[in-house]
Write a protein that binds this ligand. Structure first.
Ligand code: SAM
Length: 226
């Protein structure tokens, strides 16, 4: 049974696509996408020995070794140039996802779609996309087991106008939809930030505290306006 989060991720894989799932852990996503008949071939990339072995075992268990290649390595180094047309990176922090994309830029040649699922810090990915010639085509926000996740789908190109600070932080599509989960996430973030601000007041006067405080106040203003 695939998680709701990975279902959302899989829904952005187009029929016939060759995919690479980077940080694949148990390889649940590529196994599902191949079984469903959406992906035609998959690379499951993993940096860590334990998850790499789990991925290999899972692929063998479902007898999909001829369509899913499990490879050990860091980020996009496991992919050959022009080998896949869709890259999936799910279940990590936004800064790590952006860093994996940035260090493997030369492997993105031939890739037409990115499906990214940050657990936190999605704005780092939106900045990276904008700076590297990718535009969001859709976004989702969902709640599962008390946790909130975002899913970002992007294709090559530039948005009709660059994202503004509110769109970068909250997501241009999510901001338009403004659903219940979106409200829940940002109301809870506001509370966390307010608590941080309160504790900062105790150490006020230090330049680094003042800078952090200004950044938080800016983000809080964006969220409150939304
Ligand atoms: N993608 C799966 C999902 O969404 O359920 C697994 C997410 S799991 C929390 C993150 C996985 O990414 C871990 O197995 C970790 O070893 C792997 N990982 C972290 N950094 C990586 C990197 N630079 N290259 C490849 N795998 C990485």
């Amino acid at each position: 049974q695939l998680s709701k989060r990975l279902h959302y991720v899989a829904s952005y894989i187009k029929k016939g696509m060759k995919i690479a799932d980077i940080g694949s852990d148990h390889a649940y996503l590529p196994c599902y996408a191949i079984k469903q008949g959406t992906a035609s071939f998959a690379v499951a990339g993993e940096i860590a020995e334990g998850p790499f072995r789990s991925a290999k075992e899972q692929v063998e268990k479902v007898q999909l070794g001829h369509l899913i290649d499990v490879r050990k390595g860091d980020g996009l180094e496991v992919v050959e140039p022009k080998e896949v047309d869709c890259i999936v990176i799910a279940g990590m922090g936004g800064p790590l996802i952006a860093q994996i994309l940035d260090s493997g830029k030369e492997k993105l040649d031939g890739v037409s779609r990115l499906v990214l699922q940050p657990n936190i810090g999605a704005e780092h990915i939106r900045h990276w996309l904008l700076e590297n010639g990718w535009k969001l085509i859709d976004e989702q926000i969902l709640e599962e087991d008390g946790k909130i996740y975002e899913v970002l789908a992007a294709e090559r190109g530039f948005p009709s106008k660059p994202y503004n600070p509110g769109e970068l932080l909250l997501g241009p599509f999510l901001l338009k939809k403004k659903n219940r989960v979106f409200e829940k996430k940002w109301l809870s973030e506001l509370k966390v930030w307010q608590n941080i601000l309160n504790s900062m007041d105790k150490s006020k006067g230090r330049p680094e505290t003042e800078k952090k405080k200004q950044e938080l106040l800016k983000k809080m203003a964006i969220v409150k306006e939304a």
